[in-house]
Every structure is written in C-alpha cells, then in structure tokens.
Design a protein around this ligand. Structure first.
Ligand code: ADP
Ligand code: MG
Length: 308
C-alpha cells in the first residue's frame, strides 16, 4: 500500500458539504466559514512514548488525538468544524490504520467535525498532529486573559483521574473508569460554547490544574486562592489512591481535559448533566495560594512541562 492508496483508503471518508468546498484530494482544502464568525485554529501533536504509551490500542490513539484538540476549542468557546491530520508512522500496518481511523472519525463525528486534509509520512516514531479549525461569535471569544478579582473559579467534571489512569496503564492495567479517563478524554465542547460570553476567562486542563490555572492567572494579571477540600474527586480515584494522593493528582496530574474558568456566581450556564464545581476565588494579589480547611498549605510544583 503506497501513501496515496493509504490516504484514499483510510482518510477520505468526508466528502463535500458542511462548509467543505474541496476536501481531501487536492493540494489544499477549501472551506467556507459562516459569515460574521471568527475562525479559531488549534493544533496539538502527540508523540508516541512522550504523550502516550506507543502500544495503546490504535482506536484509542485516534480518538485521543482529536479529543485533545476539541478540548482546546472548548476552552475558546468555539464550535469545532474541520480538521487536518499530519501523520508520521513507522510502517503502514493495515490493522493499526483501520483502528486509528475508527477512533479518529468517532471523536470527530461526536461534534460534526470533517477531516479535510493532511499529510502522511513515514518516520521512525509515531507522531500524530491534528489541527482543528472552528468558529466563534466575535463578541464571545473565551480567552485566558479576562479573569477579574472577585470572580469565582470553577472546574468541570472531576480532576486527577487521567493521571491515575495513565499510571495504571503503565503498570499493565486495561479497562477501568480511570484508564478510560486517560484514553477517551471528554472534550467539554458544548459547555465551552455555553460559557462563551458569560465566563470571564477559561483554559482547558491538560498539564494539571496548578499549571494551567497558573497560566490563566498570569495571562489575566491576577492571583487566586483555591480550597483543596473543594476539588472534585471521583469515587474511583479516592478508592484507588486514598484521599490525599487523589488530591495531589487533582492538583498536578495532567491529561484531564476538563475546563477551568472564572465567572461571577450568578452568571453560570445550565450545566446539564455535567458537574461544575466552584474551587476558589480570583484575587488581586498575584500567585496561586492553596487553602486546606482555611489554612494555607504549600503544594509541590506540578504539571507536566516539556524541556524542564
Ligand atoms: P501534496 O503532495 O500536494 O502535499 P499529498 O499527496 O501529501 O499532497 O496529499 C494528497 C491529498 O491527501 C491532500 O488533499 C492532502 O490534504 C490529503 N492527505 C494527505 N495525508 C492525509 C491524512 N493523513 N489525512 C487526511 N488527508 C490527507
Ligand atoms: Mg500538492
């Protein structure tokens, strides 16, 4: 199977329609954004054995590569619409590609995202780069920089699960709630769009709460106090790790792909079935302070940073 057969066989499912004038097959894709909307572009690269164990199921790898990008779109309050895929693979293994494509298209289909182009190369290590394009109302873009002193800080879902799931995967575990939280991140796309125009600032939690909330606070020129006892922890995480380690994972574990945002308490959109938890307050004083039952505590520097 050569490169062109591979593209035709695995990555040419989406045809024209839904804003796609020219999709896979020409030198470039031609897409038609809706009048009056702003384009939002995000890209995330996953390197085997850096971002995920190389031996994971190909379907999970495909799903995850799209979901982490959808999470960035959610954090912008944007509607994801199209994506491109740059794929570097050591060999053209038909079963692997089939599984990968199933996961990739499944994650995209959940939000009506169409694959409109990409690039396929062979290389020593598996590298997957997905770019997602979407749109947003110009007056309602969610940025990291809008947090104000006095805002309440919220997070969606539960925190720390994915980091625990990854540890379990590395120890040879297979299916469990925690493992699936790593393998199948649930990008909060609908809630992100509901927050647009209501939340003051937002970020998605990919490197850990402390690290990512820290970025939001820096971008906004403010600080925060968070209450450790308020952090939303899943029952599965507390059972697996005990409450104290669970809290540590919630603060510094990466890969949860939940949203962290600041807003006034009165102005929250209806969360539907999603858990949305207030964990602290934005302060004029800079820096991130953690309180446990009202007493200040220091937390180990956390989150995953490349090149550190
Ligand atoms: P070019 O040589 O002009 O860069 P390619 O031969 O690399 O074009 O790609 C041919 C077509 O297939 C292009 O439309 C490109 O966007 C698409 N394509 C290549 N690889 C992928 C992929 N992994 N997923 C989706 N589309 C792809
Ligand atoms: Mg060309």
């Amino acid at each position: 199977m050569d490169e062109f057969e591979l593209i035709a066989h695995y990555f040419s499912r989406d045809r024209a329609g839904e804003g796609v004038i020219v999709g896979v097959g020409d030198d470039g894709a031609v897409i038609a954004p809706d009048q009056g909307r702003r384009l939002v572009a995000v890209v995330d690269t996953l390197v085997a054995d850096t971002h995920f164990p190389a031996g994971l199921d190909a379907t999970d790898i495909g799903y995850r590569a799209v979901a982490v990008n959808l999470s960035d779109m959610a954090a912008m309050g944007a509607r994801p619409r199209w994506m491109t895929l740059a794929l570097t693979i050591p060999e053209a293994d038909a079963a692997w590609l089939e599984g990968f494509a199933v996961g990739l298209y499944a994650a995209a289909a959940e939000h009506g995202v169409k694959l409109v182009g990409g690039d396929t190369t062979s290389g020593e290590c598996l590298v997957i780069s997905v770019q997602v394009l979407g749109d947003v109302d110009p007056d309602r873009v969610l940025l990291r920089s809008g947090a104000r002193s006095g805002d309440t800080i919220f997070v969606t879902g539960t925190l720390g699960d994915a980091a625990a799931g990854l540890e379990m995967l590395e120890r040879g575990a297979s299916e469990s709630f925690l493992v699936s939280r790593f393998l199948r991140p649930t990008a909060r796309v609908a809630y992100g769009q509901a927050l647009a125009g209501r939340a003051h600032a937002a970020i998605d939690i990919s490197d850990g709460l402390c690290a990512d909330l820290g970025k939001l606070l820096t971008a906004s020129g403010v600080g925060a106090e968070i209450r450790l006892e308020a952090l939303p922890l899943s029952a599965a995480l507390k059972t697996a790790m005990g409450s104290e380690t669970a809290q540590q994972h919630a603060l510094t574990g990466g890969d949860d792909y939940e949203l962290c945002f600041t807003a006034s308490l009165e102005n929250l959109p209806e969360p539907g079935g999603l858990a949305v938890t207030a964990i602290g307050t934005v302060t004029a004083e800079k820096g991130l302070r953690c309180l446990l039952n009202g007493k200040p505590v220091t937390v180990r520097e956390g989150g995953y940073a490349h090149f550190r």
